[in-house]
Design a protein. Structure first.
Length: 237
């Protein structure tokens, strides 16, 4: 499962009033530390900002953003359970309107193999934005983990429809799911599309395509094992 962390919000996205100036300045210091890769210092800054939020009566919107970035820092420090708590608090303060917090929460819960909670979190991201191709993509892997192949197939199809950056992987994995059902002709189409989307560089999809063509062409009479592809990258947006 890939790790898809969302960078700290831009300063312009949250209004600042006279009462929240100190909290905002402290938050900005935490952002600078995070950008520099000093996540322990960033975490201390965000936690201090939360204390000031309470003193200054800042908005729930601002508090939600701070909690979200506390979660990012905890994740970077490999304290995943604490990251979960921070993301959940961010979601509550946003009145469940925080797409990125839902998505980040889903990724951490998937790493912890808490599949039921991960599904709920990814669904939360999708309820805020049905066109979130990345949430559909990662939701598909939750369904693969729980053996719900039909749901995984639909989720990969939605990931492709809504423009996931991992369209080639989604096509490959759709091919595998179709091959499992012995629909080798349809699987062949998906594997070929995966290869095409990668400009021929997707070795796993190419191998799956060759195996599938051997079956559809009658060169082999029994189904072969096809490879599900997982992406394990650390990206920021």
């Amino acid at each position: 499962m890939r790790i898809f962390l969302i960078l700290l919000l831009a300063a312009a996205t949250v209004g600042v009033n006279a009462q929240s100036t100190r909290a905002w300045q402290t938050f900005e210091s935490g952002m600078n530390a995070s950008r520099a890769g000093d996540h322990a210092t960033a975490l201390a800054g965000f936690q201090k900002a939360l204390g000031l939020v309470e003193l200054e009566g800042s908005s729930d919107e601002f508090a939600s953003k701070v909690h979200y970035n506390v979660g990012v820092s905890y994740y970077r420090l490999r304290e995943r359970e604490k990251a979960v708590t921070a993301y959940e608090r961010a979601i509550v303060l946003s009145r469940r309107n925080y797409e990125k917090a839902f998505y980040a929460l889903g990724l951490v819960l998937a790493e912890l193999k808490n599949w039921q909670a991960a599904e709920k979190a990814f669904r939360g991201a999708i309820s805020n934005n049905r066109r979130n191709g990345e949430a559909w993509f990662d939701l598909a892997f939750v369904y693969l983990a729980t053996g719900e192949n039909e749901k995984a197939q639909k989720a990969f199809a939605s990931a492709i429809k809504f423009g996931t950056v991992d369209a080639a992987i989604s096509h490959n994995n759709l091919g595998v799911l179709l091959a499992i059902k012995s629909d080798f002709r349809a699987a062949e189409v998906q594997f070929a599309e995966a290869v095409a989307r990668s400009n021929g560089s997707f070795a796993g999809a190419a191998a799956n395509l060759t195996k599938c063509r051997e079956i559809t062409g009658g060169k082999v009479l029994i189904a072969q094992e096809f490879e599900i592809i997982y992406r394990n990258t650390d990206r920021k947006t």
